[in-house]
Each structure stands twice: as C-alpha cells, then as structure tokens.
Write a new protein. Structure first.
Length: 272
C-alpha cells in the first residue's frame, strides 16, 4: 500500500431511485470531498421528488456480506450509516462493524426517519434498536431537529442545545443537531465538552432533497481525511449549504435534489 492511498468511506444506507438522497447522494458527497466511496445497500426504494412509492429491504445476511467484503479487502477510513429499515438489519450492521478492517473506523450515523416527501422510513422497534446498538458505537450522530426530538423524547420547545445534550446521553461521542428546520439555520455541535454553533445561510430558492445525507456523508469523508469531528462538521456544513444553494429545482415536481458539484453553474461556464 503506497502512502498516496486515497482514503475510503463506506456508506451503509438505502438507495434512492431518484438520485437525490441515500446511497446516490452519499457517493456524490464523497467524491466532492475527495475520498473513494463504497456501499452496503440496506434497502431499494422506488421514489421520486414527490413520494416514496415502494421500499424493499435487502436481507440482513446480504447487508452483512457487503460489509464483510469491504472489511476483507478494501478497508474503510470512515463509515456513514443512513437508512437501516429493520432491527434485523441493525443487528447485521452491528456485527459487521466488529470485523477487522472496519472496527476502528470512525462512524457517522444519520438517523434517517422521514423522507423529504414526508414518508416514514423507520418504525418504533427499529428506532429502539438504533438507540440500543448503533448510537453508542458512533463517533458522530447527525440528527436534524425533528429526528433529535424523536430520539430524545423532548418536545418541540426544546432548544437545539438541549436536543444535542439529550442525544449525546444516548451514547455517541459527539452530536451535530442540524438546523435546516430552524429559522436561524444554525448547526449545534456538542461532544460533552465543547458546545459550538456552526452558522449557515438560508437559501430559499435552493433545493434540499438529500441535504441530510450530503451533510453526514461529507462529515464522514472529512473524518477519513483526518479532520477532527468539529472541523469535519464545519466542512460538512459548507459543502451542504453550497449543495442546497445550487440545488436542481427544475428536476421533478417536488423538492429537487441538492447539487454538490454545481452542475448548473459549471454548465453555464462551459463554452458551447
């Protein structure tokens, strides 16, 4: 192995057939930050910008085998976990993370619960398994405000700081409560010692489908590159804000996908 090896990140998540979120968003975010992306797909969805029309979960054994294949050959410098779908898949992931080659990699968990279209992606039993078996294994958890409320049981009056403290009590080493659902658009980072507000800009004309996946994947990629969790959270905020700003509003009739590559800007700058 040469010293110029490109860092790698494994995404354990579902597939979005519309290309806006899930595995598809993760791979684009990895490339944007400059790492090689690998995948263990947990679910196949039939969805577009308006709705998730059908979900079929991958068998837990196949999820485990995907993780094991990476562990046996390619190694992961960081791991991002998104949509899981069932307690059995969570168990397969937890066992997979114990294998050599991925056991020491930092883990970022995006507790995906609701799609941008509003479709529920997790039930109570699966949420309980996530809290019991994976959150304590994670280095950074990245819930948005509604997800943090659901995980902690705190009400809508709870501040982002209170939510961050509540999620940290569930076991992760650090928490970023993202602020896309707030007026202030501020992410709150907390690791038990530092409580840091990471400001951002609101882009009312942007497109946000896949923003949560992009944030958590970018954060994992920066961890793979050697950044601290706080520095990785700052970098992820910048990547995600730009992706929402440049989002592809003209694709589909619902919330358009984020754009980490600035496709529209780059196309406009390219001579015919």
């Amino acid at each position: 192995m040469t010293s110029d090896r490109v860092p790698t990140v494994l995404s354990i998540a579902g597939s979005d057939s519309g290309g806006g979120a899930g595995i598809q968003a993760d791979l684009k975010a990895f490339a944007r930050v400059g790492v090689h992306g690998m995948t263990a797909i947990t679910a196949i969805t039939a969805q577009n910008t308006r709705a998730v029309e059908k979900v079929e979960l991958v068998s837990p054994n196949l999820v485990f085998c995907q993780i094991l294949a990476i562990a046996e050959d390619m190694r992961a410098d960081a791991i991002k976990i998104g949509m899981l779908g069932s307690p059995e898949i969570i168990d397969a992931v937890a066992v997979g993370l114990a294998y050599a080659g991925v056991a020491l990699a930092p883990v970022v968990i995006d507790p995906v619960m609701v799609a941008e279209s509003g479709a529920a992606l997790i039930d109570n039993e699966t949420k309980e398994a996530l809290v019991a078996y994976l959150l304590p294994r994670s280095d950074v958890a990245t819930p948005n405000i509604p997800e943090a409320q659901a995980l902690t049981g705190l009400g809508k009056d709870a501040s982002q700081e209170e939510l961050a403290r509540g999620v940290l009590e569930l076991g992760p080493k650090a928490v970023v409560v993202t602020g896309g659902h707030s007026d202030a658009v501020v992410d709150v980072f907390y690791d038990g010692q530092e409580l840091v507000e990471i400001p951002g800009e609101r882009h009312p004309d942007g497109a946000a489908h896949g923003s949560g996946c992009t944030h958590s994947s970018s954060l994992a990629a920066y961890l793979a590159l050697g950044r601290s969790p706080l520095a990785a959270a700052v970098g992820a905020r910048e990547v995600t804000s730009e992706a929402v700003r440049d989002g592809l509003r003209e694709i589909g009739w619902g919330p358009g996908p984020v754009d980490v590559f600035g496709l529209t800007r780059n196309r406009a700058a390219t001579p015919n």
